[in-house]
Design a protein around this ligand. Sequence first.
Ligand SMILES: [Zn+2]
Length: 127
Amino acid sequence: MKKRENSGLYQLVLHLPGKLRIEVGGLGTFDFPAGFYVYTGSAKRGLSSRIHRHRSKVKKRFWHIDYLLAKAEIHEVRLFKNSGLSECDLARRVACKVEANVIAPGFGASDCRCQSHLVFFRSRQEL
Ligand SMILES: [Zn+2]
C-alpha cells in the first residue's frame, strides 16, 4: 500500500528566464524561448524521491528533463496520484491548450507516440 501511494504522475512547471540553446542528450539541440515549460512524467514507485532528484542540481544527466533542469528553475510541482490518467493522457491535456507550443519534439516521449511530454507557454497566465 505504501508503495502505491508513492507512485503516480507529476508535472514540473519550469521557468526559463532567458532564451537558451540547450543540447538535450541524443535528442538534439534546440533553442528554448524564455517562458514556462510543463513537463509531464511518471514514477511507478519512488515518486517523492524522483521529485527530490529533479530538484537536485548535481546529478548525472539521464532523462531529457535533466538537461533542461540544469538551466531552468522549478516554478511548481504538481502531483497526480490515483488520477486514473496515463502519463500520455496528462501530457496531451496540456499540449492541447491553444497557447501550447512544442519546442523539442520527442522530449520525454521516447517510449510513446506523443509529440512531446514538454510543452512551452510564453507566460504564466497561459498555463
Ligand atoms: Zn506520451
